[in-house]
Write a protein that binds this ligand. Structure first.
Ligand SMILES: [Zn+2]
Length: 176
């Protein structure tokens, strides 16, 4: 085995630091775990993005279908199809945003796991964070109210993506 820092051969395998350059082997191990955790957090955050994406798209589809089945009622109260659909566009919007964010998120998570493509991994975790913030804003703007299932995806997605940005950035040197 050779020292990762100076490349010289490590004679004493039980030593916790390099006899030539003083590089600590324990710290290296901890950093690897940090990046591994960051990768797992990003993968989980991306999975929550996929969940939110599906929730948004299914809600949009269900509401649009509801217009078609009660079309006479909506016309009698003076709500046109365009007006009706406009009130549910937020579901479509955050559905698409989260499905789109899931793709770089999951790829970035696997790249961090393999310690490859630092910039892509960092940007993908930022995309997942932005997607969760956008979802909060869209739900508030359209006045949908935060259903339990949405919050149960939103909050971990926000926290995990934020942590993964922090940890990936901190583990920059571990990328190859
Ligand atoms: Zn060394």
């Amino acid at each position: 085995m050779n020292c990762a820092e100076c490349g010289k051969e490590i004679v004493d395998e039980t030593s916790s630091f390099c006899a030539y350059c003083g590089n600590s082997f324990d710290v290296k191990k901890n950093k690897l775990e940090l990046l591994g955790s960051a990768a797992i957090l990003l993968i989980i955050a991306a999975t929550f993005a996929a969940t939110l994406g599906v929730i948004g798209l299914l809600n949009y589809q269900a509401n649009v279908a509801a217009y078609a089945t009660n079309v006479d009622y909506y016309i009698s109260i003076g709500v046109s199809e365009a007006e009706y659909i406009a009130t549910f566009l937020g579901f479509l919007l955050f559905g698409i945003i989260n499905v789109v964010a899931f793709i770089p998120g999951i790829i970035g998570g696997f790249f961090s796991l393999l310690k490859k493509r630092f910039r892509f991994s960092l940007i993908s975790s930022i995309i997942v964070l932005c997607s969760s913030l956008a979802t909060f804003i869209i739900i508030w703007y359209y006045g949908y109210g935060y259903a339990d299932i949405v919050l149960m995806s939103e909050i971990p997605m926000l926290v995990f993506s934020f942590l993964s940005i922090f940890l990936i950035n901190k583990s920059k040197k571990e990328f190859i």
